[in-house]
Design a protein around this ligand. Sequence first.
Ligand code: SF4
Ligand code: SF4
Length: 380
Amino acid sequence: MYRKAMYRADRMADNLPLLEPFTKQHTYCAYCPKMCRFSCPVSVAQSSETTTPWAKMTSAHHVNDGNLDMSETVAASWYGCSGCLRCRTHCTHRNEVAATLYAARAEAIQQGRAPTRAVAVLQEHKRRERNAALAASRLYTSSATDAQPDVMYFPGCTANVLCADESVAGWRATRALADAPVQVVADRCCGLPLLEAGDPNGFRRAATEALLAISTARLVVFLDPGCLHALKIESVRHGLTPPADRMIHLSELAAQHIDRIEPLPKPMTARYHDPCRLGRGLGVYEAPRRVLAKILASEVEEFHQCRHDSICSGGGGQLPRTDPQTAAAIAKNRVAQHAWVGGGNIVTACPGSARQLSKNGNDPVLSFASLLEESCREDR
Ligand code: SF4
Ligand code: SF4
């Protein structure tokens, strides 16, 4: 009894305030016999026990209780998460491991224990935001904004900077399908990099501005599932109230207007990679498959591990910037899965995933937005 009382007193003294809302989550893991041990792409790619969901959450639990020092090694393990949500799928409690680890990262940033590369993500964010806005201004001139916009299109920074063709293809497809004036919102960052790197206040500020920018729209169409998930789901966890019923992914818009989509002149085959935030994050599995089946004029091929059990491309959680080797190894594992079931074209509905899979494999990676644009040109 005495030992238990001491333990509780220590816990009160050493509690980490940013981790406080996630006490239930890390406590569940600390007392769990690692039921989701197999599920983590980071742990698998690193062949490491230290980065299993259980280990990352349990170390956060013990640091929170004051029974473990927040060493730089411990803090670094919290950055070994791509935010793929696969452990949640395999957890009886549907435990929010990624969100808990983001809070642990914020504690590490505050206490100066975060990895240098994570600190750099935060330090460079303003500059990257400016670069994204500049890239967007080149892609979208004032003519990209129709008069009296009714629908808004939110391409996201990654697409504007790194996948310009995909960004513009999504905009053209949105115009063709929405049958309404469309305004491009390309000068706002959803703030997800800040959340993932350990700055929840910065995320809240950025998400507030982004939500303000889209507040007047009847419908907001997102190209990047990461931006949509951040503004529709993560923002709620941070006290914001997004217009959730007016925010959809491009694939959902396309499924709603599938009668306006024409098959490509020649049937094609492609295997669909579920982006983590679109599938597990937002529950959108059927819309992209239905639309692709129509565009390709053939059944969409599947990975052995797909839908809720899909494996990540390694592009999330800031992993490509904080641990590029692990991010690449995860993508290579996914590409190897593609090869095992026959190879050929991969298609995905996330600019970041497409980039990861394309950089780490030899098979063509097709963009959902580009295929869609081909199939629903305004002049058809
Ligand atoms: S996420 Fe769930 S299954 Fe995985 S270690 Fe935590 S409590 Fe156990
Ligand atoms: S969210 Fe994905 S990467 Fe993060 S701990 Fe869970 S399975 Fe691993």
